[in-house]
Design a protein around this ligand. Structure first.
Ligand code: ARG
Length: 700
């Protein structure tokens, strides 16, 4: 149990009996069925990077606050600050439509390994192999899309040893229904992020709309709430230690199969660069956020994203070292290498370990460079946007009048997305600071040629370059870009300093030398063989493929963490598998940006006004732990009891288990979830949004 991110189509065969033994009361068909409505029909991928669940027969969607965060921020202004104040639609007409949000339903999946691998053979070069596979993938996607009704995605598993296709249906009219204020939804802020004990009301609510026939439709006031095939009933009964708990969701990425030297490369080269560059971005953003509430709102989501993985990667470096993950993996690989060099295996597997080690040794400096550059691009809008926008403008300039009329609204939307909330002084500082860092730390692997040229003259201080480039570039603000569109001149575009910089950085990201391309082929082939051999020899004991943003189920039970684990953070419950309102109140700090509670919450807590949401032992439950195997992307996933009833939603993992994406540690790895009873207490008692409560199917 606990370890494993399982495919729904194999639950019957691989897991169902074990799940039953642990407390599952549903049949495998009730979890995943192609022909009948099942649990999987209530699970959606939310906004591309999170998970959510349908919790009413009117398409009500529940996810984390941090998943809805970007959309809530986009709908907020200093005058109407839903992020700070919270928001509750009293009826459907008050719901708010964010600019860009879709949810994705999972229709079915199937194994196409034989079909795809039937088109390749071991004599092919990796490039030819990839071509043949992509041709077959395109056919499979076309055959199953029903003329565009569905999105079909074929994905590789076990490093190219198996292939499955997934059929999805996307809905693009999704509206904000309710969110608690930041003080509840982000309680504990970045200090508590990735930590246990925890006291966060990390949830928000949306609604899916469809046309009158239930089909996906662009936003329209004629659309109606979607009637889902299934919605999750909600249990107010709670749980106790060792109770069965399962999670369905979309884990983004794990590296459980990663070779030892790959882990070493991450620890020594990739992650330190990621951490350092993220901090530089964060510090320069924070400086401006503190001065101005509009900037604070407009950059809230970007800052939270950088901070989240800054702490994650830093935690990973520490945890992977502490676990001696590289040594453990090396030991396994030594065993494999022995097997691989037996006579019968040598031809296929003999050089696999040597080739992989060779690959990593030769790419360490690239890994460092690429991470500095990636975070530069992610944190500095003036580094990434001018190239993207410039390419569109180039096409626009070349187009005839009819085509231009068609393109203009798209370009205008792009301009709005880039500049609508941009704060230029902040962006200048972020860009200069990131260029300084990149030029000084990435040089060993070869900088973008333009940056390298500039660095020669400025000694890695890009402050005046940025000042000057921004003053001369028409990419400095929306008005100038729009003005340029009136009579676009590609020659002028090509001389624009920010366009030149941005192009050079993007091209450097995409650039592969002949040697690198060859190295990557060797890597792909040998990693595929390693996984094949580890499975064939049974030296590897992992039975499930790495996460790759496809729907998985993980099951286990409610489990505590040792109280001694984190001496600085004392649990507030006798058994360290849940937290209570007492803990929320104990952490309260008036005036603090992370630990202040709303007055109303404190009053209700003082009166112990918990209604039917209190545990039968009298306390108000806030967050809890289970030993389920999740990672980023699972955020917002439903935690269900043995009957498939919702008991909470997953929102985090604990810092001590940050090695978990590479090695699952049953002693330390926990999922942190918000108790559904706290969610409903906030909706009902705190916010008085009884219209939402009335929609739900509640089991008492
Ligand atoms: N660590 C969580 C995750 O990646 C996100 C938590 C967001 N909350 C916060 N305070 N930054 O799933």
């Amino acid at each position: 149990a606990d370890e494993g991110m399982w495919f729904l189509m194999f639950i019957e065969r691989l897991n169902h009996r074990d799940m039953q033994k642990q407390g599952l009361q549903l049949t495998a068909e009730e979890i995943y069925s192609i022909n009948n409505n099942s649990l999987k029909d209530a699970i959606v991928q939310f906004g591309g990077g999170c998970t959510a669940e349908i919790i009413s027969d009117q398409g009500l969607v529940l996810t984390n606050h941090h998943c809805g965060y970007g959309n809530i921020a986009q709908l907020s202004t200093p005058e109407n600050d839903h992020l700070t104040n919270g928001f509750w639609a009293k009826n459907k007409s008050e719901e708010l439509k964010p600019d860009n949000l879709k949810v994705r339903f999972f229709v079915r999946m199937d194994d196409v390994s034989k079909r795809i691998l039937g088109t390749v053979n071991e004599k092919m070069s990796e490039a030819d192999r990839e071509k043949a596979i992509n041709r077959e993938i395109a056919k499979i996607e076309k055959e199953n899309s029903e003329n565009g009704k569905y999105v079909v995605s074929v994905r590789s598993f076990f490093q190219g040893n198996e292939y499955y296709y997934f059929v999805y249906q996307d809905y693009q009219d999704v509206r904000l229904v309710g969110t608690p204020p930041d003080m509840i939804g982000r309680f504990g802020g970045d200090t508590d992020n990735w930590e246990w004990p925890r006291h966060t009301g990390d949830f928000s609510m949306f609604r899916v709309y469809a046309d009158k026939d239930g089909n996906p439709a662009d936003y329209s006031t004629n659309n109606v709430p979607l009637k889902p095939k299934h919605h999750l009933p909600i249990s107010l009964k709670g749980y106790k230690l060792n109770d069965f708990a399962m999670i369905l969701g979309y884990p983004g990425r794990t590296n459980r199969w990663m070779p030892a030297q790959g882990v070493a490369q991450n620890i020594d080269y990739a992650y330190p660069a990621w951490v350092e560059a993220s901090k530089v971005g964060m510090d320069n953003i924070k400086k401006y956020q503190e001065q101005n509430q509009k900037v604070n709102i407009d950059y809230a989501s970007k800052f939270a994203g950088l901070a989240n993985y800054w702490k994650n990667r830093d935690g990973m470096i520490v945890a992977l070292k502490e676990h001696q993950t590289v040594a453990k993996k090396s030991k396994l690989e030594a065993k494999f290498n022995k097997w691989a060099n037996k006579k019968a295996n040598k031809a296929e597997y003999g050089d696999v370990i040597k080739n992989l080690n060779d690959y990593y040794a030769k790419t360490n400096l690239d890994a460092r460079h690429n991470n500095y550059l990636a975070i530069l691009m992610r944190s500095a809008a003036l580094a990434s946007a001018p190239y993207r926008l410039g390419k569109s403008i180039e096409n626009y300039a070349d187009a005839n009048d009819a085509k231009r009329a068609e393109m203009l609204p798209q370009i205008e939307a792009m301009i709005e997305a880039i500049y609508g909330k941009m704060h230029l002084p902040l962006e200048k500082d972020v860009l200069a600071a990131q260029l300084n860092l990149y030029a000084s730390k990435g040089a060993e692997a070869g900088l973008s040629p333009y940056v390298a040229e500039l660095a020669k003259g400025n000694g890695n201080d890009f402050t005046s370059f940025v000042e000057e480039a921004v003053s001369r570039s028409f990419f400095a603000d929306a008005a100038q870009v729009k003005n340029f569109l009136i009579s676009p001149d590609v020659e002028v575009l090509k001389k624009d300093p920010l366009y030149i910089l941005s192009s050079s950085l993007v091209e450097r990201q995409a650039k592969k030398t002949e040697e690198q391309a060859q190295l990557e082929e060797v890597y792909a082939k040998n990693f595929r063989l390693l996984v094949k051999g580890l499975r064939e020899s049974k030296i590897g004991d992992i039975l499930y493929p790495d996460a790759n943003s496809t729907l998985r189920l993980t099951y286990g039970s409610i489990q505590a963490l040792p109280k001694s684990l984190n001496p600085n953070r004392q649990p507030d419950a006798p058994a360290n598998y849940y937290t209570t309102m007492e803990g929320v109140v104990a952490k309260h700090k008036a005036g603090d940006a992370e630990f202040e509670n709303p007055k109303r919450l404190l009053e209700l807590a003082a009166a112990k006004d918990y209604g039917r949401y209190a545990d039968k032992d009298g306390y108000m439950p806030i967050n809890f732990l289970s030993n389920n195997d999740i990672t980023g992307g699972n955020s917002g996933s439903p935690v269900m009891n043995g009957k498939g009833e919702l008991i909470g939603l997953a929102f985090d993992g604990n810092i001590e288990a940050m090695a978990g994406d590479v090695i699952f540690d049953p002693k330390l790895q926990r999922t942190i979830s918000v108790d559904i009873r706290y969610v409903l207490w906030v909706v009902d008692k705190y916010a008085g949004a009884t219209n939402i409560i009335d929609e739900l199917t509640i089991v008492e």
